[in-house]
Design a protein around this ligand. Structure first.
Ligand code: AMP
Ligand code: FE
Ligand code: FE
Ligand code: ZN
Length: 272
C-alpha cells in the first residue's frame, strides 16, 4: 500500500530540510508522496515538484499552513491543492511574511532588554530563504549559548507568557478558509488535539472547514478516534501528517517524516 505524509515543513519556513532534501528523505522513508505545508509560504513547492519528477510517481500535494486566531487562541489551518502561483494568494502571504520580519525585530529587542544579545542578521542567516519564525530565533539562542534546546528557548523566552513573547499578525479562521477556497484549495484544521478550547472545532465546522487532520504526531490514539468520528459525522475530509520539521533526536520515531501518514489512495480520491 502507498502512503502520503500530509504535513511537512521545509527550510522555506521552520524545517531544516530543503524541499528537495525533504522529497529524497521521504523516498528513503518509503513514502509515495508528501504535502508541502510551510507556514505562510508556498515558495518551496516548485522545488519539491522538480525533485519529485526524478522519483517516478512520487506525489507532491501543494499546501500551506496559515496561522489564525480565534477567541485568543492560535488555530492553524492547512490549505491543500491551492493554486500556488495565484497573485492574490501570493500578495496575502507576502503581507504575512513582512509582519513576521517586523515581529522578529521586536522579539530581538525584547531579548536585548533582558540582557540576551542575538542579532537580526544571524537570525536571517538561520532562516535562509525561509519565512522567519520563533524556531529560528530559538536556534540563534542555542548558537549563542543561552539555551541548550529549542524547547528550552520557547519555555524560557519565546512562548506565550515568556519575557520575549511577541504575538504574530494572524488572520481570522474565516478569512483563511476563504483565501484557501479562492485559491482553489480545500481547508483542513491542523492538529485539533492541540487546541485548548473545545468550541473552536464546532465553530470551524460551522463556517465551512473542509476537513480535519485526524492523525498527527502529537495526537493520542484516543484523540484521533474522537476526531475521526467527528469528521465522519460531519462528512469532512480525513487527513493526517507528522508535522515534520527535523528528524527527532535520540533516534525516536514519533515526529519523524512518515511517522504519521495516510493511504495515498484516499488523498487522490479527494484531489479528483
Ligand atoms: P511562529 O510561527 O514564529 O509563532 O513559531 C511557531 C512554530 O514554533 C511552530 O510551528 C513550531 O514549529 C514551533 N514551536 C512552537 N512551540 C514550540 C515549543 N514549545 N517547542 C518547540 N517548538 C515550538
Ligand atoms: Fe513550525
Ligand atoms: Fe501547526
Ligand atoms: Zn505544521
Amino acid at each position: 500500500m502507498k502512503f502520503i505524509d500530509m504535513h511537512t515543513h521545509s527550510t522555506f519556513s521552520d524545517g531544516i530540510f530543503s524541499p528537495g532534501e525533504l522529497v529524497d528523505y521521504a523516498v528513503k522513508k518509503g513514502l509515495s508522496g508528501i504535502a508541502i505545508t510551510d507556514h505562510d509560504t508556498v515558495d518551496g513547492i516548485e522545488e519539491a515538484i522538480e525533485r519529485a519528477s526524478i522519483h517516478k510517481g512520487f506525489v507532491i500535494v501543494p499546501g500551506v499552513e496559515l496561522s489564525t486566531e480565534y477567541n485568543n487562541e492560535e488555530v492553524h489551518i492547512l490549505g491543500y491543492m491551492i493554486d500556488y502561483r495565484m497573485e492574490y494568494l501570493l500578495r496575502i502571504l507576502k503581507y504575512l511574511q513582512d509582519t513576521r520580519n517586523n515581529r522578529a525585530i521586536k522579539i530581538i529587542d525584547k531579548l536585548k532588554k533582558i540582557g540576551i544579545k542575538i542579532n537580526y542578521r544571524d537570525v536571517m542567516k538561520i532562516s535562509g530563504d525561509g519565512v522567519i519564525g520563533r524556531p529560528h530565533i530559538a536556534r540563534s539562542l542555542i548558537q549563542n549559548g543561552y539555551v541548550r534546546t529549542i524547547e528550552n528557548a520557547f519555555t524560557k523566552y519565546l512562548a506565550k507568557g515568556a519575557p520575549a513573547y511577541v504575538p504574530k499578525q494572524k488572520l481570522t479562521p474565516l478569512c483563511a478558509i476563504n483565501i484557501i477556497r479562492k485559491a482553489g484549495g480545500f481547508s483542513v484544521i491542523a492538529h485539533p488535539g492541540l487546541l485548548k478550547s473545545k468550541t473552536i472545532l464546532n465553530y470551524l465546522i460551522h463556517i465551512g472547514i473542509d476537513g480535519v487532520e485526524v492523525y498527527h504526531s502529537k495526537h493520542t490514539v484516543r484523540q484521533s478516534e474522537k476526531f475521526l468520528k467527528l469528521a465522519q459525522k460531519h462528512n469532512l475530509f480525513i487527513t493526517g501528517g507528522s508535522d515534520f520539521h527535523y528528524p527527532p533526536k535520540d533516534g525516536k520515531e514519533n515526529g519523524d517524516l512518515g511517522s504519521v501518514k495516510v493511504p495515498l489512495e484516499n488523498i487522490m480520491e479527494l484531489l479528483k
